[in-house]
Ligand binder design. Structure first.
Ligand SMILES: *[C@@H]1O[C@H](CO)[C@@H](O)[C@H](O)[C@H]1NC(C)=O
Ligand SMILES: *[C@@H]1O[C@H](CO)[C@@H](O)[C@H](O)[C@H]1NC(C)=O
Ligand SMILES: *[C@@H]1O[C@H](CO)[C@@H](O)[C@H](O)[C@H]1NC(C)=O
Ligand SMILES: *[C@@H]1O[C@H](CO)[C@@H](O)[C@H](O)[C@H]1NC(C)=O
Length: 544
């Protein structure tokens, strides 16, 4: 009680002094190495424009997260398989009461009225309804209006500061140095389609589609079964399902799946369909062509034929408006109620903020989904982003959320990308050596470079793989990384990548990814890319 009264007293005292705001006395908390490519500052932001600042508070016990994870996931651990309840996850990582009160008291001392300070239900975000002028004083920064080549504008800054005593409680503040516009632009949708289309090519169906002697040229479920010794699916286990995530506008077509099963997976009955969990307006589109159907058809052709008769659950994410493919927070919200309620909500710079305006076709006009569906035990996602696309703080936070799902027994698999170590922007560190890293932002990554250990093939694309600049070396990789450096010279120095030998290597798992025959538009095409590896349920032959 005394604490609360003291806070209010301070508030009154300070708000009456708000003409001469105390100075921030801050230490730089986050800083960009320049304005990102394609963006230009066009003006200062207007001081009286409103801005909602969001302070992401640091969570407790994260330093133990890897050990917790090992405890439940290492086969030799006593607690192997004893996954955590959501409540245990929440309690373990909640920010300290001190983090909340210190931050609130600092805001009050800076003259922010109490009614404008809104802590989230889970206590780990604090929102402040503010103005640009006030935000500039709070964060000792200057906001500008920036425009990209396509004319999208946003308000951002290039660095900001927080007092030393408060910094320890804060992961990051937004909107600040983040530059991704809120929604995928039309161009982004088009380029995603083009990228997928370019990975398909026409194929001729051989006389015996189930034969194994052509596995070196074309990959089929029969080939994968043989190479990875994947057993048949046995009996359907009630409640067991394999999760596949697709983001709008990608969308599968049942007729194509039927055609694929009938030729390449006769074990799967005609019309076998995934259970569709539409997230935030997720819909099955009737657009045709490999650019729109390719990714979803590919993922489902292989996931469904290799696990049948186990069920497959399709998490179809996003409505007709929003398409920022690697924006996984809307997906996470829908399968994990603790993420959207306790974990504090999405970032309007990257995540779709619903409801959307009904005037756009297939717009989702409902509330964002939150804990609407349960997560299947294994989930594959063939979409990703470069590690350097977003600030390190956001990326780290997202990774922590995947870790929490891991503690609850959920395995997530992500493709590592098809454009090599430099990612899809084609570069490693910035030319000035600044740490703009590449890679991918998520917890477990899958790529390919060989067909099992039987037959090494020349592949036609550079699968994503290399070293993170953000994530330290996990101990389960220590031996492999040490042996890599002992026997390979990557041939580049620290000006190109983080060669400290103390960072995480990726991917974790390599699986075939070349020329996967896929049902498209009533026929078949072959797809090459790590999108093919992610949904392939590989089996570790050392585990019986
Ligand atoms: C598979 O999913 C369907 C719903 O899509 C459900 O009716 C069926 O019971 C599930 N099968 C098992 C074995 O859980
Ligand atoms: C699958 O079932 C549909 C609907 O009954 C039918 O039109 C189609 O011909 C069947 N396809 C195959 C390959 O059997
Ligand atoms: C390399 O990665 C480590 C671990 O994330 C980090 O501490 C270090 O600052 C990075 N080096 C550079 C030059 O960015
Ligand atoms: C790294 O290698 C490049 C040539 O590939 C060279 O120009 C540069 O000076 C080297 N930088 C360092 C720090 O050794």
């Amino acid at each position: 009680m005394r604490g609360i009264r003291w806070v209010l007293h301070t508030a009154l005292l300070c708000s009456s002094l708000s003409f001469s705001l105390p100075t921030n006395d801050g230490v730089v908390h986050e800083k960009r190495d320049g304005v990102p490519e394609h963006w230009t500052k066009i003006s200062e932001a207007s001081g009286d424009a409103p801005i909602d600042l969001r302070f992401a508070l640091r969570q407790n016990n994260l330093e133990h997260a890897e050990a917790y994870m090992r405890e439940v996931s290492h086969p030799e651990s006593e607690n192997f398989g004893r996954f955590w309840t959501p409540q245990k996850v929440i309690n373990t990582f909640a920010p300290s009461a001190e983090a909340v009160s210190d931050t609130v008291q600092w805001l009050l001392r800076m003259g922010v009225q109490p009614k404008r300070i809104v802590p989230s239900a889970g206590r780990n975000w604090i929102k402040v309804r503010s103005t640009i002028a006030e935000a500039e004083k709070l964060l000792d920064t200057v906001y500008g209006v920036y425009r990209d080549d396509e004319g999208t504008t946003l308000v951002a800054c290039e660095s900001y500061a927080i007092p030393a005593a408060i910094r320890q409680h804060i992961d990051f503040v937004s909107p600040t140095i983040q530059f991704d516009p809120r929604t995928g632009t039309a161009t982004e949708r088009t380029s995603k389609r083009e990228a997928i289309r370019s990975k398909f090519k026409a194929v001729d169906v051989g006389p015996d589609p189930l034969a194994l002697d052509t596995c070196g040229q074309l990959t089929t479920p029969a080939c994968l079964r043989a190479i990875y010794e994947i057993p048949d699916g046995g009996e359907a286990v009630p409640g067991n399902s394999y999760g596949i995530v697709e983001f709008a506008p990608q969308s599968y077509n049942q007729v194509d799946l039927n055609g694929f099963f009938s030729v390449y997976a006769p074990n799967v009955p005609n019309e076998t369909a995934p259970a569709v969990n539409g997230i935030d307006g997720g819909y099955l589109s009737d657009e045709t062509g490999s650019g729109t159907r390719g990714e979803s058809n590919l993922d489902l052709c292989y996931a469904m034929s290799l696990v049948y008769p186990q069920n497959v659950t399709l998490y179809q994410v996003g409505d007709g408006v929003f398409s920022n493919p690697a924006t996984n927070n809307n997906f996470l919200d829908a399968i994990d109620g603790s993420y959207c309620t306790f974990e504090g909500g999405d970032d309007p710079d990257w995540d779709a903020i619903y409801p959307h305006d009904a005037s756009v076709p297939n717009a989702y006009t409902g509330e964002p989904m939150c804990g609407t569906y349960s997560a299947t035990s294994v989930i594959s996602v063939s979409y990703g982003r470069n590690e350097g696309d977003r600030p390190a703080s956001y990326t780290a936070r997202e990774c922590i959320e995947y870790m929490k799902l891991g503690l609850m027994g959920v395995t997530l698999l992500f493709s590592s990308g098809d454009t090599g170590v430099a990612g899809n922007s084609g570069r490693c560190l910035l030319d000035n050596g600044a740490p703009t890293p590449v890679g991918a932002s998520v917890s477990r990554l899958v790529s390919m470079d060989h067909l099992g250990d039987r037959q090494v093939v020349a592949y036609e694309f550079p699968p994503g793989g290399g070293f993170s600049n953000l994530f330290p070396l996990p101990d389960y990789q220590a031996t492999a990384i040490a042996s890599y450096y002992a026997t390979h010279d990557p041939g580049y120095n620290a000006s190109r990548y983080n060669n400290s030998e103390a960072v995480r290597g990726f991917p974790d798992v390599a699986v075939a990814s070349q020329d996967f025959i896929t049902g498209i538009d009533g026929g078949f095409q072959a797809f090459t890319g790590t999108s093919a590896a992610a949904p392939t349920p590989e089996r570790d032959p050392s585990v019986s």
